[in-house]
Unconditional design. Sequence first.
Length: 147
Amino acid sequence: MTEHHLAQLNIVKMKFDIDAPELCDFFARFDEINALADESPGFVWRLQLDDEDSTAIDHFGPDYLVNMSVWEDVDSLHCYVYRSAHSEVMARRKQWFDRMLEAYSVLWWIPAGTVPTIAQAHERLQCLRDNGPGAEAFTFKQIFAAV
């Protein structure tokens, strides 16, 4: 068993109100893509509310959607993000979400068996924004080993 798992946070700012028809195509695939993550090799956990509607999380503001999950390793997450149906949705993100001018996605290592909080994830994102990639907060472009 590995000592660490990979946590990830990704936020997006919606171009439209959450119930706008312009977001229908995105939300039409929402449950499918979440189920794909749940069934992907290396998947450990993802942020959900009791009613399983993660769109209600407004930690970053009402115009933001939050995705946070835990994976066994970088390769598992990378495969899901870039080599599954998830990539089809990502290819259309400019239709639905504003371009973010600062970091909107962050990776970090956590002890295996723990679950990160949204506040911890926010801290990691801010660390990446303030300091750039490092062992505490990084991206797929520059991966750091677990310490």
